[in-house]
Design a protein around this ligand. Sequence first.
Ligand SMILES: Cc1cc2nc3c(=O)[nH]c(=O)nc-3n(C[C@H](O)[C@H](O)[C@H](O)COP(=O)(O)O)c2cc1C
Length: 303
Amino acid sequence: MDISTRLAPGLCLKNPVLSASGTFAYGEEFSRMFDLSLLGGVVTKGLSLLPSEGNPTPRVCETPCGMLNAIGLENIGIDAFIEEKLPFLGTFDTEVIVNFFGTAEDEYAQMAQRLDIEGVSAIEMNVSCPNIKKGGIEFGKDPQILNRLVAKVRKSTTKPLVVKLSPMVTHIGEMALAAQEGGADALTCSNTFPAMAIDENTLRPMLGNVTGGLSGPAIKPIALRIVWEVSRQVSIPVIASGGITSWKDAVHFLLAGASAVEIGSASLRDPLCFGAIIEGLIRYMQDKGLESISDIIGRLQTA
Ligand SMILES: Cc1cc2nc3c(=O)[nH]c(=O)nc-3n(C[C@H](O)[C@H](O)[C@H](O)COP(=O)(O)O)c2cc1C
């Protein structure tokens, strides 16, 4: 049985299960619980040129069927990552996909350039970030701005380039096409949804930042619709992210057109869920007599 999946020229995962950015840090904590070589790939916490401290606490809280986070993209910065974390990730037989962001086009390009090094299998750019030079509008909210940004980053790296789309747009297909035309090799659909929670006793918001991003099972049906819509628009592979908790969720996203899945919040609750999802997927394929993951990808019947 072949459970490998191809995301870009030169990027083939041995199985379609990845960690998601921000819920796996740089892999060290999880490596104490299971062998990271089990994964199709590791997606790192989002990195920036300089280290960032992130938002005031509390930065996470539980909600019905999900969680809110307002970490504020805290990270150790690109230099410390390359020196201290990348060599460790290189000791595992898995692909290393480095998530990154910037606050200006040049910063994104510089990040891509710095990450064009051995040990990095691909880069995933998070475009749900404010463009400081353009009054704070998110890069991922305007197709022209997104297209220009992706084209600039494309020129700055030889690595496979994954663009992680923002779900907070009216026409996600238009954004997906803008990223593809800019030179993206693959798309991740998608990021968290802006949301909030309130404590009725303290009369205060649950998060120090007041609002945060909603993730977990609560967003799965929305993410599934986004993956389906985007997969029909573009010719490049789509990676699903949003509420994937079980092998059944993974199969749903593959049927909707995803070539791989990222597991985020579910792994905070059960760090061993990755193995269970891979095993469940293999059992499903055996039960259905399927020989290759490509027999599932995009096989949803709508007629
Ligand atoms: C605590 C936390 C931190 C996150 N940090 C990042 C990040 O640095 N960069 C990014 O692109 N996405 C980040 N995300 C979004 C996740 O990668 C993922 O897209 C989202 O949580 C939806 O998937 P899930 O429902 O499986 O968690 C973060 C999510 C959480 C919960």
